[in-house]
Design a protein around this ligand. Structure first.
Ligand SMILES: [Zn+2]
Length: 603
């Protein structure tokens, strides 16, 4: 199931109905803490056992567990086979009716977050006197990972369910701004205007860029915090809490941030750099809009991101424990995935369609809620450009990277070009009128269609794809000519590109649809509200913040943004009417109903 689709409900509800205890195996302390406080908030007794507890707290929690105080216990995988926990599981007379393995892809080395501790789960279950129901959940179950989950967790004839991966409240866009930082600032200001104080995440590829971007944003007056593996445990915890409790609105982070973060009201996720594969992208982007209200997922593409990722693939430390053959296999797989990710940044198809297709799901090809669906494209004949690019590459004695090829075609007079005599290439300067962005787009398209390929690791170079079917269909020697006999013209090569007129508004060279120019739906949960409802919405949020502070829980755990919006629209006048609103149960009516009704009544 995709991130945000409600995996935890799948084991929490059965846990309540079964007799005995459900153990939930979870990889992250933050995840446990958050889910346990949400459960307790809903009136369900739950606890977690992990390294964040002191010895005293741990012993106490185990005692309460033995006494049958908890219905659901979250536990770290490494803890399962420790003496203390085994004693509890085997000798205390309690019944473990279900073991639910969350983030189950951690058991697989094919996944991206391999955790050796997950390999202990099967061992633990084997030790139990009665085999409980074993269930496993993940948002990233490609074929390989699914196989590993079944095998390594020793599932017995499991019922396998794969739900749809679509999250239709998410808007997707890829941009290629000339000045990424400026674009980000403009975007954040716009978000701030639409819904002040709304939360968002900005993902960067490296710790250094997290430091840099978070510092600059702070200087520019934004409410920002940061997160990466180089910070102390304490600072990470603090910053994460600042974000979750709405004390800071923008989290700038590496991919170390987010797994298990249950914050449901994240209204946007901006990728300041392109991640290494679609799995990571969809998982990270999927942290937006978990409450089901509209949210935005924007990716800023820059060519250097590809190189950076390529470098990471070459230096993957996780691969050190593998033998040479397995290592080569995984590197090859990672490069293939990186290529798919790069194609995402250049496709003119519906972005949602591209993502879902990647995960093996078919769609109509038009979603109406991504930048590509909302951009007017025109079909452009690129035969001349394609033939110039092919000729240029064929003529060179050595293979060069994309940047150099583009420099030759645009007639650059740089030292690099001149010193290598590349200005003598017959195609030198032939496409001087074309922008770098457009030529890049065309080269990416040629790779996508199999005419060209990138090879080499540290410095990838462009080559003609060997035996690629496409090459033969291209005009011979790149000339588009009338064949003498038939009088028939070779079919032109056509590319869908954003319409020229829109290029002027964007200021980002070719990337159409600066969101300001288009009357897009107002982002955020408040989208459905009329002007006068907004005021009420803000008051409800203020009350929610107040209660959250009193109870020391994140605001979205009290009520989601979406629930507040529904309150504004329905204007319930009593407890019964409150109960009719999605996201409000009896327990919460009892606990908060009066205070919310008071605010609703004032209006
Ligand atoms: Zn679309």
């Amino acid at each position: 199931m995709p991130t945000g689709a409600g995996k935890s409900v799948c084991f929490q509800v059965p846990a309540l109905m079964a007799e005995g205890i459900t153990l939930v195996i979870s990889p992250l302390i933050s995840l446990m803490k958050d889910q346990v406080s949400a459960l307790n908030q809903a009136g369900i007794h739950a606890a977690y056992l992990n390294s964040s507890l002191s010895m005293g707290q741990y012993v106490k929690a185990l005692q309460l567990a033995k006494a049958g105080r908890y219905k659901i216990i979250y536990v770290a995988p490494e803890r399962l086979v420790t003496d203390g926990f085994l004693d509890f599981a085997l000798n205390s007379g309690i019944k473990i009716s279900m073991v639910a393995v969350d983030e189950a892809h951690c058991v697989s080395q094919w996944g991206q977050d391999f955790r050796p501790g997950y390999l202990k789960i099967a061992e633990f279950i084997r030790k139990l006197a009665h085999r409980p129901i074993v269930s496993a959940y993940t948002a990233t179950a490609t074929e390989d990972v699914r196989g590993d989950i079944i095998e390594l967790l020793e599932l017995r004839e499991p019922a396998v369910t794969v739900t749809g991966f679509d999250r239709d409240n998410l808007y997707f866009a890829v941009k290629k701004p000339v000045d990424k930082y400026k674009e980000l600032v403009t975007y954040l200001r716009k978000k701030e205007q639409e819904l002040s104080g709304c939360s968002g995440i900005v993902y960067c590829l490296t710790r250094k860029s997290v430091e840099d971007i978070s510092y600059r944003l702070r200087q520019d007056g934004f409410s920002v915090t940061r997160y990466h593996a180089g910070l102390s445990d304490e600072e990470r915890r603090e910053n994460q809490d600042d974000f979750i409790y709405d004390r800071r609105h923008v989290m700038v982070a590496t991919n170390a941030f987010g797994m298990g973060i249950d914050k449901s009201d994240v209204r946007f996720v901006v990728h300041y750099n392109m991640p290494k594969n679609m799995e990571s992208y969809y998982q990270e982007a999927g942290r937006a809009g978990r409450d089901g209200a509209p949210a935005e997922c924007i990716l800023y593409y820059e060519p250097s991101d590809v190189r950076m990722n390529q470098m990471f693939i070459g230096n993957n430390e996780n691969n050190e424990m593998l033998d040479a053959a397995a290592k080569a296999l995984i590197e090859e797989r990672d490069r293939r995935r990186l290529k798919q990710m790069t194609f995402y940044c250049f496709t003119s198809e519906c972005l949602r369609h591209y993502i879902l297709k990647y995960f093996g799901e078919e769609t109509s090809g038009y979603c109406g809620n991504c930048l590509n669906c909302l951009t007017q494209f025109e079909e452009v004949d690129i035969t001349r450009e394609v033939s110039a690019i092919l000729k240029c590459i064929r003529e060179n004695w050595t293979a060069y990277g994309i940047t150099t090829i583009i420099d030759i075609l645009r007639g650059a007079k740089s030292q690099r070009i001149l010193s290598k005599n590349l200005d003598r290439n017959s195609q030198y300067g032939l496409l001087s009128g074309q922008s770098v962005t457009r030529l890049r787009q065309i080269i990416q398209e040629m790779m996508y269609r199999g005419y060209l390929e990138l090879s080499g690791e540290a410095y990838p170079v462009l080559r003609l794809a060997e035996g690629a079917e496409g090459t033969r269909r291209l005009p011979a020697e790149g000339e588009r000519q009338t064949s003498p006999g038939a009088g028939e013209e070779t079919a032109p090569i056509v590319l869908k590109l954003p319409k020229e007129q829109e290029r002027k508004t964007g200021g980002s060279g070719g990337e159409a649809g600066s969101a300001g120019g288009r009357k897009r739906k107002k982002a955020g949960a408040a989208a459905a509200l009329r002007e006068k409802d907004i005021e009420l919405f803000e008051e409800l949020r203020a009350l929610r913040r107040e209660i959250a502070a009193e109870e020391k829980v994140p605001p979205y755990i009290i009520f989601s943004d979406k629930t507040l919006v529904l309150m504004c629209l329905a204007r319930p006048g009593d407890s019964a009417a409150l109960l009719g609103i999605s996201g409000i149960g009896e327990y919460k009516v009892k606990k908060y109903g009066e205070r919310f009704l008071e605010v609703l009544g004032v209006q």
